[in-house]
Write a protein that binds this ligand. Sequence first.
Ligand code: ADP
Length: 293
Amino acid sequence: MNWHLISKHIEQATGNAFKIISAQALSGGDINAAYHLKSADQSYFIKLNSSDLITMFEAEFVGLQEIAYTDTIAVPHPIVYGKTDHQAFLVLEYIEFSRASKVSDKLLGQQLALLHQKCQGYYGWSRNNTIGITLQINTPQQNWQSFWRDNRLVFQLNLAVKNGYDGRLQTLGEQLCNDMAALFAGHAVQASLLHGDLWAGNAAVDKQGQPVIFDPACYYGDREADIAMTELFGGFSDDFYASYQQVWPLDEGYKTRKNLYNLYHILNHLNMFGGGYLKQAENIMAQLIAEIR
Ligand code: ADP
């Protein structure tokens, strides 16, 4: 680890001297090596990966900036990203976490709804990013349904072909993509700023009791996609959902569309990990097709 070079980048970005007194390896990340880097009076969270993954850190940096600008929900302040000889690095504010409470759950729901009220005139984003380790295409489009179909479902289905998953998965996928318009009846989709990868492992609470979200895969799209993902692996409380709905109630039909949205993450898990995700993806698609009829 070239801590010396990383500390020089931190000094340049912050304008303050930074003399490292400790670099502690942290566990918990899925993709990157993580460290807690400290001087006598400053503290940073560092992610490291191979240097060819610099664009992944760049997109995370810009995504955190974009959420921070909205002033709706806390994120770790992004400090700097760059490359050493062999590695890419991302430096963020280090946040000490505390336990979630009823109050922080409610705040998270309210603040996420306020984030979602920050809208754009297109679906997509200024750059591509990654979902897990998979490329996520964000080329802007004016039509949400075709954005979701082409950049999310078809992209993952094509990747699945390359990974050897053809046959029933592809037949069902094609049918669903042809028929999915029916699921959107009565639902006017706003282009909301989304976290994009909102599972319970990417939300926490700081020492002041404020919710914090991190590790985003931002783009502008249907807010239901973020809410659906909170339900995919669980871990969000009834207080969270109730306070979200108080600020901005979800449209009718969400309960069906949430499966269309979570299908994307299941296909991504299939492409990353294989195994049981194949049956799960096929079942979701078969069920959605049956509901459309
Ligand atoms: P990865 O990109 O490898 O999945 P994450 O961004 O999810 O990494 O971070 C891994 C873990 O590190 C998180 O689960 C969280 O516990 C902790 N973490 C993330 N960001 C910060 C931060 N800014 N300050 C302190 N701890 C953090």
